[in-house]
Ligand binder design. Structure first.
Ligand code: BGC
Length: 379
């Protein structure tokens, strides 16, 4: 199936696109309704020759669906989400969204930069979570480009004004999603600022490799995280500042391990604080490196996640409490899905020993996530 590029100013390319059989993956815009204030939401669907496709929304630069083949070519949507735009605003949970300006928590909802204290919204107990009440996940992003080819891609842009949700500096953010024929989805986040600020942007997809509608949870998924250390937290999920060795604990995923094995292990206070896993794993090394390998024995699907970020938050979906109804009339319950969020450590702005989240004018913030899907035989 060959489709054409559709996008502002692309009409002249139409004939070329139809004839260009070499173009493998396709990118198409389609409407995705509107939010209750009347703002239209646009979806861009990227599809490759294997049938894999991903739907990205202008609302929140969100992954709304992600259909991945198994070894028999059978497609399943492997992310949770909602059927309509307004549900993303009303029901929350950051499903598939781009979270920022600071993903994860900032302790006591404040930080100090160059001697000045910046109070933020406390939207998670005493702490600040995922950029506040109206974080990047709830913003209408501008679609900058839509391109078919190898890969097919979409670039979305958000202007976050100086003082937005309490953060200093006017931030220009771009999210580029690119789907390749080798079943990999690459996400590149970049940001620039006009004043020193802090930035931590990631994607908050909830994965279930068996399929969001499969009826299987993720406790049978087998996870590998190469980290030697993680950041233990207090009871409000703020890192204590310690980098703790994973050896011999519920947090040792250096060898592939079934998530269900220790997710209920109340002998570890860290599991109790998180109601399961909700922790930041330190990634050693530079550049694009493995953050996690996730395998579902039911479907045979595997996700390899690589990132340029210094850490990955593994969240086992502990706060999915059955109160939200998602896509295709599915109730979302604890253990239905998990998040793997490459990022800077939580609360870095208040922890001088942690890698810095500071961004200066003239510099470009980057965070790259490479999601490589493959399939073997199922159990
Ligand atoms: C956090 C969880 C939080 C969830 C909200 C995750 O990134 O680690 O603690 O409840 O986001 O969706």
């Amino acid at each position: 199936m060959r489709k054409t590029v559709r996008g502002a100013g692309w009409a002249g390319c139409l004939l070329f696109a139809v004839n260009a059989g070499a173009w493998a993956a396709t990118a198409e815009r389609e409407p995705f309704g509107a939010t209750s204030d009347g703002t239209a939401v646009t979806a861009v669907v990227l599809a490759n020759d294997n049938g894999m496709h991903v739907r990205l929304l202008s609302l929140g630069a969100t992954i709304q669906s992600l259909a991945v083949p198994d070894a028999d070519g059978e497609l399943a949507d492997v992310v949770l989400g909602y059927d309509s735009a307004q549900e993303y605003l009303d029901k929350g949970g950051y499903h598939g969204a781009t979270v920022g300006r600071y993903a994860n928590r900032i302790g006591k909802a404040a930080f100090t930069l160059d001697g000045k204290r910046y109070p933020l919204e406390a939207n998670n107990g005493p702490n600040h979570l995922h950029g506040g009440v109206v974080g990047f996940d709830k913003r209408h992003w501008t679609i900058e480009s839509v391109e078919s080819g190898s890969p097919a891609s979409v670039v979305l842009r958000l202007e976050s004004p100086d003082g937005d949700s309490g953060y200093p500096g006017k931030l220009t953010v771009r999210a580029r999603y690119a789907l390749s024929d080798d079943n990999s989805l690459r996400i590149d986040y970049t940001a620039t600022t006009d004043k020193p600020t802090i930035v931590n942007i990631t994607n908050h997809a909830y994965f279930n490799l068996a399929g969001a509608d499969s009826g299987h949870g993720i406790l049978d998924h087998v996870l590998e995280i190469p980290s030697r250390r993680y950041t233990p937290v207090d009871e409000t999920l703020i890192p204590t500042g310690e980098l703790r060795d994973v050896a011999g604990t519920a947090f040792d995923f250096r060898e592939p391990r079934r998530i269900g094995d220790a997710v209920r292990d109340a002998t570890d206070p860290q599991i109790v604080f998180g109601r399961g896993y909700d922790h930041n794993f330190v990634l050693d090394g530079e550049g694009l490196k493995l953050a996690a390998r996730l395998h579902d024995p039911h479907s045979g699907r595997t996700l390899e996640l690589l990132t340029s970020a210094p850490a990955v938050q593994f969240y086992s979906g502990n706060f999915l409490d059955g109160t939200n109804i998602g896509k295709h009339d599915q109730i979302y319950r604890q253990g239905d899905a998990l998040c793997l969020e490459p990022q800077v450590y939580p609360d870095s702005p208040n922890k001088p020993a942690f890698p810095s989240a500071r961004l200066n004018p003239g510099d470009t913030y980057t965070n790259t996530l490479l999601l490589r899907f493959s399939s073997g035989s199922s159990d």
